[in-house]
Design a protein around this ligand. Structure first.
Ligand code: SAH
Length: 280
């Protein structure tokens, strides 16, 4: 499936990429990006989006502080999403939906720095290979996927900013069993209860449907918390896996998980590190 090169072997290249794999400029971009996105506890520079900080009526100093404040609010919300359950995140965002906007200003600013955005790869994959598929975009953010393809797309997030997005917790999707061909989770497995999210993805997928995941590679880069364990967890959950290797992408890893006709055993204790952004 897909025209992207698939590789079932472990990625031979760690970190910023095998020497010679990138044109010089691409490699440099990658190094810059790697500084900006890291797992919890590491020290990374962060740049945030800003609406106030571009305000011409503010002095340079005021703009600097406004930008810092927005950055701080983005980081707090981001960390909270990684460190609470989906249920709690849903309650929290519903009680203060402005958090969604603050989060997405920061998220967009981060994404603008990436040499490759996995959502673009997913959009192309759908356009080229799955034009007829019914899709669930879970943790859809600004729902760019739905606006980029002709497919029927059900878009879900913690807050709905448009009539095409349904607000919910991804552990409880308002879709019938076996109702979609593809479930997309692009950088969206944020809560502490990933096992509940995966169980729900399996429930809504038709037989042989595809769970398409893109995640930040560095979330899995410690002993006892590896991509290998994530793959094992997904296999036991009842999926056959294809690892998607995108040559220009070393910061994210992507999986196509095909719903298999076998028993699903979901480890309730499976967890992944948060991905946080360090303040400047
Ligand atoms: N998939 C989009 C957005 C990624 S940001 C893209 O790639 O551009 C992750 C999104 O997941 C955020 O919009 C966040 O609100 C959402 N999210 C996090 N936890 C969620 C949950 N439990 N239920 C639904 N959406 C969730």
């Amino acid at each position: 499936m897909g025209n992207q090169k698939k590789n079932h072997k472990k990625n031979p290249v760690k970190g910023s990429g095998k020497k010679g794999n990138f044109k010089k400029s691409g490699h440099q971009e990658m190094k810059t990006f790697k500084k900006n996105i890291e797992p919890a506890g590491s020290s990374i520079q962060q740049s945030t989006g800003s609406s106030n900080s571009g305000n011409k009526s503010m002095s340079a100093l005021q703009q600097k502080f406004a930008k810092k404040l927005e950055g701080a609010r983005f980081r707090v919300i981001n960390e909270k999403l990684y460190k609470t359950s989906g249920t709690d995140a849903f309650k929290d965002f519903q009680s203060d939906p402005s958090q969604f906007d603050i989060y997405h200003v920061g998220f967009r600013e981060q994404a603008a720095q990436w040499p490759y955005n996995p959502l673009d790869g997913i959009i192309n994959w759908i356009k080229n290979h799955h034009q007829k598929a019914i899709i669930a975009d879970v943790g859809c953010g600004d729902a760019r996927l739905a606006s980029s393809v002709k497919n029927k797309v059900h878009s879900f997030d913690l807050v709905s900013k448009s009539k095409n997005v349904i607000a919910c917790d991804m552990a409880n999707l308002p879709l019938p069993d076996e109702s979609v061909n593809i479930a997309v989770y692009c950088l969206a497995l944020m809560g502490t209860n990933i096992p509940d999210f995966v169980r729900e993805a399996r429930r809504i997928l038709k037989p042989s449907g595809i769970l398409r995941i893109a995640e930040v590679r560095s979330r899995f880069e410690e002993e006892g918390n590896s991509i290998k364990l994530f793959r094992k967890f997904l296999k036991r959950a009842g999926f056959d896996l294809n690892v998607i290797e995108v040559p220009q992408n070393k910061m994210f890893f992507e999986l196509e998980c095909v719903k298999a006709n076998r028993e699903s055993v979901i480890d309730p204790n499976f967890a992944v590190k948060a991905c946080v952004y360090k303040k400047r």
